[in-house]
Structures are given as C-alpha cells and as structure tokens.
Design a protein around this ligand. Structure first.
Ligand code: FAD
Length: 317
C-alpha cells in the first residue's frame, strides 16, 4: 500500500543534517511508491531546502517564519501541525535528534499516530529499535493507518545524491502564536567542527587521559581522521572536558563507522551509547578492562605512548 510520507528535515549551523537525507532513505521504504514530501522549517530556509530534491524528495516545502529562527517545542509543533493539516500525510519520518525526540511524541498524539522512536532498521513496515540500552533489539509493526518514525543518525542509508534532480521549493505560510518560550540568544560552546552524533569517526577519551591536556593526542588523531572527540562520563566528571562530549546512557548515543575508546573502562552506561558502532578500537593499559569485550581491535598499553604512534603511522598511510 503506498503512503504519502513527510520527511521533517533538520538544519544545523546553516547546513542540512545528514539525518535529513537518511530520513528520505527511510521514507522511501515506508512510502512504498507513495509521494515523499520533505519539509524544512526555519526563518530563511528556502535555498537550503532545495538540496532535498537531490536526495529523492518528490516535493519540498519550506516553512518560513521569524518565530522559527530557533527551535522551540511550541513553535515547531504548531508549524508542523499546520503543514500536516494541508498535506494529510500517512507517515512522517524525522531524525532521532534532540529536536526529533522532543517534537515527535507531541505530533503523534495530535495525529493519533503510532510512534516508532530510535529506529535503526526498516523492512517493510517492521521497525527495529534497540532496547535495554542497546543489549537487545525489538522489531515492531503497526495496524495504525498513521505513523511517525524517528531514525537514529548513521544507521539508515541515505539515497545517493543526484544533482540533476531538482524542482521548485514550495512555501507554506504558518501562523505561530502564544509561544510559551521564546529563545532570545543561543551561546555556542566551542566543541570542534564535527557533529558528534553524526560523525563517522569518534575518538573518545576516559578518565585515563588524566587531564584536559591529556586529550591533546586524541584531538590530533581525531583531526587527522576528520573525526569528532567524545568522552566518558568519568572524563567529564573529572572536568577534563565538557559534558556536551559525553557518550552513553545519560549522554549522546552514537553509531560511527569507527570508534576509538581510549583510557576508558567500558562501563555498561558508556556501552549504552556506543556499542553499536561499526568498528570499535580500544586502547587501555588494563587487559581486563570490560571495553575489550565489545572491541573489534584491542591494544593493551599506555595511551600516551600508543596514540601518538598510531597518529604518526596513519599520517604516513
Ligand atoms: P574509569 O572507569 O576510571 O576507567 C578509566 C580507564 O582508563 C581504566 O580502564 C584504566 O585502565 C584506563 N587507563 C588509565 N590510565 C591509562 C593509560 N595511561 N593508558 C591507557 N589506559 C589507561 N558513563 C558514561 O561514560 N556515559 C554515561 O552516559 C554514563 N551514564 C551514567 C548513568 C548513571 C545512572 C550512572 C550511575 C553512571 C553513569 N556513567 C556513565 C558512569 C559509568 O558508570 C562509569 O563510572 C564511567 O563511564 C567511567 O568512566 P571511565 O571509563 O572514563 O573511567
């Protein structure tokens, strides 16, 4: 059965997030030949939205309003619901990002839709999602005619970009009123260039790095590989780095192609955020450290000797 499927795309720092393209990939499976309409909301997003055609959207809608300059639950919920009223979608796909996690349950209630969150694989109308902090996976389906699906970044393949696919971006005017919260200013922390939740390579450090300076060799490795820096809560609690870098049950959940776990023990709460990474390399001086149980490659030794050697070797490749 074909389904009209809306993709709620997301932009960050003036660029579309990869998970928006992956959402189009997910939408193709759910739509089953039905129309795919990509929606981008913001204050001025029309030009940015055009790129969504290249990833296979049949139509692209820009929802522009000054009140959408920064994300607020109220503002974006109102905007999306007005688009839903016009478009009457059968299914909606968006990223399992902080925005997706916040807005999707509210949209599902209003749409009276089944909600599948944190989905990592889709087969027909069967949605696979991790449970028990990633220790098991469950497959769910629905008999509901309406559904909302949030997908975990870096798991569902985005369609190949095809620059020849283009079209006219439609604009939908929305009326946003009675906002309970207004964002006056966003003060960004300097946490490096690569977005942790979408990075293909992550170099994560733990309490074993011993100080903020101890992250320097890890930063060199990350820079060489075009990766992002992450951390265990142990490293954050010790004030070696900012909490925005924390990976795990109470931090970010990541699925990069390559994850370096350096000087971190591999506590269950840390594994909850990274154990689904495609390849895990652990460096730890304790051969009994639990991180070696999930690692594909393990190096036992002092990180301050091994990381610079590894960086040097990789520089020469
Ligand atoms: P440690 O366990 O102290 O490990 C340090 C490791 O570094 C050791 O294995 C040691 O052998 C190694 N090491 C030391 N020196 C060197 C060296 N020179 N070279 C190589 N290796 C070296 N933790 C998270 O990470 N993320 C979370 O989201 C999270 N959420 C939590 C939620 C709750 C409710 C609770 C109770 C805990 C949570 N934790 C979380 C904390 C978690 O239980 C661990 O305490 C924490 O992950 C430990 O951090 P660590 O591995 O850096 O430190």
């Amino acid at each position: 059965m074909s389904r009209k499927t809306l993709v709620l795309a997301e932009a960050k720092n003036g660029e579309l997030r990869n998970v928006s393209f992956e959402s189009i990939g997910a939408a193709k499976q759910i739509a089953d030949g039905g129309e795919i309409v990509a929606v981008l909301a913001g204050d001025t997003v029309r030009d940015l939205a055009k790129t969504l055609f290249a990833y296979g959207a049949d139509r692209v809608i820009a929802v522009e309003n000054d009140a959408l300059k920064h994300y607020t639950t109220d503002g974006f919920k109102q905007a999306f619901l007005q688009v839903f009223d016009k478009e009457n979608p059968d299914a909606v796909v968006l990223g399992h990002t902080s925005i997706g996690k916040d807005v999707s349950p509210r949209l599902a209630v209003k749409m009276d839709a089944a909600l599948f969150s944190d989905v990592v694989a889709i087969e027909g109308l069967h949605f696979t999602r991790p449970i028990y902090s990633g220790k098991a996976f469950e497959k769910r389906t629905t008999q509901s005619e309406k559904m909302i699906v949030t997908i975990r970044p870096n798991n569902i393949v985005a369609p190949e970009k095809d620059e020849t696919k283009t079209g006219d971006v439609e604009t939908v005017a929305v009326d946003i009123r009675d906002l309970r919260i207004i964002v006056k200013e966003v003060v960004k922390k300097a946490t490096g260039g690569v977005d942790l939740s979408e990075a293909n390579v992550i170099v994560a450090g733990g309490r074993g790095v011993k100080s903020a300076d101890g992250f320097k060799p890890l930063e060199e490795l990350a820079e060489l590989l075009g990766g992002a820096i992450g951390a265990s809560r142990g490293a954050c609690d010790a004030e070696y780095c900012d909490y925005s870098l924390q990976i795990g049950q109470t931090g970010k959940v990541v699925t990069p192609d390559l994850y370096f776990a350096i000087g971190l023990s591999g506590a269950i709460q840390h594994l909850a955020g990274m154990s689904n990474s495609k390849v895990i390399v652990a460096i730890n001086k304790d051969p009994e450290a639990p991180i070696f149980e999930v690692a594909d490659y393990g190096i036992v030794g002092d990180l301050f000797e091994i990381v610079p050697l590894l960086t040097e070797e990789l520089r020469n490749v």
